[in-house]
Design a binder for this molecule. Sequence first.
Ligand code: NAD
Length: 474
Amino acid sequence: MAAVNAEFVAEIVDTVMARLTSQGLVSGSAHHEGTDGVFDGVDAAIAATTAAQKIWAETSKEAKGRVIAALRALMHDHAADFSRRALEETGMGRFEDKVVKHHNSADATPGLEDLVPSAWSGDKGLVVEDYAPYGVLAAITPSTHPVEVLFNSMVIMIAPGNGVVFNVHPSAKHVSAYALGLFNETIRKHGGPPYLVTMLREPTLESADRLFKHPGIRMIAATGGPGLVKAAFGAGKKVIAAGPGNPPVLVDETASLQDAARHIIDGASFDNNILCIAEKEVFVVAPVYDRFMQAMADQGAVRLVQQQVEMLASKVFLPNDKGGVTVCREFVGKNARVLAKAVGLNISDDVRLLYGEADFDCQFVQEEQMMPYMPVVRVRDVDEGIAMAVKAEHNYGHTAMIHSNNLQTITRFTRAVDTDIVVVNGSSLAGNGGVGGEGYFSHTIASPTGEGICTPRNFARVRRLATFKSLNIA
Ligand code: NAD
């Protein structure tokens, strides 16, 4: 089908919705609900996206390509606008880094080019495998990069022909609704069907659960912390889960210490450490520990003394009723200046990272704290460093970094941490393509389910067409 007439599709959606509503099957209206594609009810959102997806699945690849190109252009145009709104609503991160993140998501998210069919030809016939849509997917976004994930998830999911209903993070629902409205408008303007991507106006844990369990949802993409991942698996459907990380860094005696310090500061301070791939704790072998701590200062990080680290920990980690600790949101994603102020230190907003000496058991090492403070642990040797890095990663299987020029150590570390991403002699940003490194990029790094950095292929069904002793064209 060539470009689809948007008004014609809107009319179909309205007719279907009117019928479902009169039969008492859905609640909430489908059309013109304020922001484009934002629905009050789970049933209404799924019904609208289901109607749109049927049309989208039949839309030509050329038209799909046009829609995706227009969405990329929109992301670029609104990079500063989305960044400002996200910062205002969530209070996390740095404006200038967010702008980079939005441009990166626009440019580096893979699209239709990822869906390359495979073919086999032999005496028994010809086999072709291609990528077909699942239907309508449910997707959950985190508060840490609301619009970047919304965009990235939308593109990698609609590229193979799916529609998506989002349950966005409640702390970012306004900026998400604003961006989703613009996305829908762009899809329609460029010939795509209305409501191909929708979201719930008041996203809650209950609405996520209803969405997961709804018979109209074929598959779940869950990007967020441990609670969410657990809930998604409970729905008994195919899940692509992008869970938490606690990325360790190992620095050995063969590393270039100034480079290691610079890369660690770059990665750990980017958007104030709210990326799941960001460096969260560093292990340094004893012979170069003191020189590494000096290199961090040389590269512009500010060192806290033991008493200040303890004071900061007492404010950041609040005891919870499960006998553990909860990370205080007041500090998550805040500038280093805010953390420093809490321990009586006045520094400028130009300082990107604080650091200090830490024991392995320190909460800054064990918790995914997502703020610009870096605990640095002294280890006896590489063996102890690898063992501690493995433990601190908590089997998330997410991301790890090593600074070393010893190939055997790099190999041993990589095999031991067993993560989706290992970065060697670079910042964590090098591990996820786009502006920071080579290769494709995604905000969905699916460690619990093993897809790693997700692309459209992960949201497509593989369909095989096989001939038997025919169509052997060569
Ligand atoms: P979060 O877990 O607080 O929220 C994520 C989303 O899940 C929200 O929409 C929330 O409402 C929902 N949710 C949470 N618990 C739920 C439950 N029990 N049932 C249903 N829905 C539930 O996470 P956050 O603070 O927004 O994001 C940060 C977390 O996400 C970090 O742990 C980070 O590492 C992770 N993250 C991972 C990736 C990745 O690609 N692996 C990407 C971004 C963020």
